[in-house]
Design a protein around this ligand. Structure first.
Ligand SMILES: Cc1cc2nc3c(=O)[nH]c(=O)nc-3n(C[C@H](O)[C@H](O)[C@H](O)COP(=O)(O)OP(=O)(O)OC[C@H]3O[C@@H](n4cnc5c(N)ncnc54)[C@H](O)[C@@H]3O)c2cc1C
Length: 447
């Protein structure tokens, strides 16, 4: 007897699409496939992702500074699933031959001896959109002693730590120690680093002015460091200079052409021998694909990203697509790889969704040929910098465009309203310096 499912569809006729990663790329594909196949029971769409929410990273630095409430920049993946199935789990391995993906979940991952459960998912079409992880360039000490800015947990941890530093500095009698407590270093002058340093600077200076009267404002040092010779390498030289000048005017020191060589709990060292005493090192030095992506049996670029063809299919492997930060896609306009941005990930997702629909329903495949409409960054309080449709813009106007653009792209009306309310409240009130103890800290205290 033929095997049929509850909708009376023969199981072998069903096409299974499996999306790995619920970030910018994965969610955009999920939404588009849901719209197309919601009433088509011959197509199954499944998604696996580590977290059960979609994180809107461009607003992450504002969570770290407390400008936006933590849950306002995340949306549950299940809110996008009309018929699609979602599994909160970690992708462990991908077998292109058997067309299977192994995923694991832990019943209690707070426990080191957590009982990991493996499950196997079959697919006919696979989408790899697993993003990337922070690249420490092999510096284990930097990895151990730095904060990162990649996840919601990172933003919460950094905010708590910065407020802790303010509390410690306010009781510290030793001037030199107080100065190191009040020194905050962000490494990486790309978008994530620049936006993080801008937010951190505003938080620390506003908090000292409004609440920490024992701390001398002159003791505050906020530093942006990078191995490159300019901030925001993605923008033209004059905009980069403008951004650097505005950062300096707001009190941020900029150290360029100075790679980091090591770090401890109390300081960091640059390759030229300079030692900076600090208890806060934030590492935003770049992203690299996860090990599972780097070890896949397919072509990779020298950074370990999956090489795909113009249709965003993994070279030599039918029915498997890769996109976003984990894929290497050559820009036909510049002959260089597209940079890892949310904007590119979303545009690539539109192409992959179209090509999946064409593969199942029949239709034309399209190739990825995107020309960026612009690029924008916030560089502190009411200041921005960017290029839009070829026009350079900076200052208050750029900041307003940044805010309107990203607000319009934040999923769901509810989250848009919540963020708008957070921004409005910030105009009238002092910063919130509540330090919430994290789960780990509470556990440590109990032991
Ligand atoms: C602080 C910060 C600010 C940024 N600002 C901007 C900006 O202003 N503009 C801009 O264009 N870009 C910005 N970016 C870059 C942007 O976030 C990325 O380019 C974009 O998220 C890439 O999308 P993606 O779908 O490829 O990956 P992601 O959005 O990173 O999604 C990957 C998903 O895969 C999941 N995942 C990873 N590994 C596994 C696994 N093994 N198993 C299961 N799930 C897994 C992750 O949990 C995540 O949900 C910023 C990034 C950061 C960190």
């Amino acid at each position: 007897m033929k095997k049929r499912d509850m909708n009376n569809i023969e199981v072998k006729d069903r096409k299974r699409i499996l999306i790995l990663g619920g970030g910018f790329a994965g969610i955009e594909i999920l939404r588009r496939l849901e719209n197309k196949f919601v009433n088509d029971f011959t197509v199954d769409v499944n998604m696996v992702s580590k977290d059960n929410f979609f994180l809107f990273t461009p607003m992450l630095p504002e969570v770290a500074s407390g400008m936006i409430e933590t849950r306002h920049i995340v949306t549950p993946v299940r809110a996008f699933c009309k018929r699609a199935r979602f599994y909160e789990a970690t992708v462990r391995s991908i077998d292109f031959q058997k067309k299977q993906v192994t995923i694991s979940n832990a019943i209690d991952d707070r426990n080191e001896s957590a009982n990991w459960h493996d499950h196997i998912l079959d697919y006919d079409y696979l989408v790899i959109s697993l993003g990337g992880e922070t690249n420490f360039f092999g510096m284990e000490d930097v990895k151990k002693y730095s904060y990162t800015m990649k996840s919601l947990g990172d933003a919460i941890a950094l905010r708590n730590h910065v407020i802790d530093m303010l509390e410690q500095a306010s009781i510290e009698q030793d001037r030199e120690l107080r100065k190191t407590l009040m020194t905050f270093v962000v490494v990486g002058a790309g978008f994530a680093g620049v936006e993080t340093v801008g937010e951190l600077n505003v938080l620390v200076r506003d908090a000292v002015r409004d609440f920490y009267h024992d701390v001398d404002i002159q003791d505050i040092r906020v530093i942006l460091a990078d191995a490159m010779d300019k901030v925001l390498p993605e923008v033209s030289d004059d905009l980069s200079k403008f951004a650097a000048q505005k950062l300096k005017e707001s009190g941020i020191e900029i150290i360029l052409k100075s790679p980091v060589s090591s770090a401890t709990l109390y300081d960091m060292k640059l390759k030229d021998g300079t030692v900076i005493g600090t208890h806060t090192l934030v590492w935003a030095g770049g992203v690299t694909p996860e090990k599972i992506v780097k070890e896949l049996q397919c072509e990779h670029d020298k950074g370990g990203r999956i090489i795909v063809d113009g249709y965003l299919e993994v070279k030599g492997i039918d029915g498997v697509y890769a996109l976003g930060d984990c894929a290497s896609i050559t820009d036909p306009h510049t002959e260089r790889p597209y940079p890892p941005t949310a904007q590119n990930a979303v545009e690539q997702a539109k192409v992959v969704a179209n090509n999946l629909i064409s593969a199942i329903r029949g239709g034309n495949k399209v190739s990825f040929n995107y020309k960026s409409r612009g690029i924008m960054a916030q560089i502190g309080k009411r200041k921005g910098v960017g290029i839009l449709f070829g026009m350079k813009t900076h200052g208050l106007l750029a900041w307003m465009i940044w805010r309107s653009y990203y607000l319009s792209h934040l999923p769901t009306l509810e989250k848009k309203l919540r963020v708008l309310t957070d921004w409005s409240i910030d105009l009238f009130f002092k910063p919130d310096v509540t330090r919430l103890k994290t789960f780990t800290e509470i556990q440590e205290r109990k032991e």
